[in-house]
Design a protein around this ligand. Sequence first.
Ligand SMILES: [Zn+2]
Length: 157
Amino acid sequence: MIVFDLCCAAGDHRFEAWFASSDAFADQQARGLIGCPVCGDSDVKKAVMAPRVGAKSNQLTVKASTSPNNAATAGEISPELVRKVIAEIAAKQAEMLPRSRWVGRDFANAARAMHEGRTAEDLIHGQASPQEAQALRDDGIPAMPLLVPIVPPDAVN
Ligand SMILES: [Zn+2]
């Protein structure tokens, strides 16, 4: 069995109909045996829309890869999307790091000082312990972990 989305010429009513095969549909269509359930018009044709995939399709995942917003609401995140997002974050990080000042172990203090207006706003990166990072979050100080690990400049010496 095969399902088609059809629409009538008279009123552009859309409806679904099942057929034994694509040929059966063409035959019944040619003989005017298919009637619109709304207005009875027998001049019906296939409605233009996305092709249907079989039951248990991964249609949501396919959608997610083309539209991140839908992915979030659909609650399904495809591996491609994850890779894409990670690549974007990595690119962002690579773009920001040259403009960012390495503060090493002083990160938490430096971030707090900026947040409290004791020093000028600046883009900084450095190291913080999990406790320090948590304390920053608790105080509403914007800081985020570097997704892509970097080698601290002072460790290179
Ligand atoms: Zn109709």
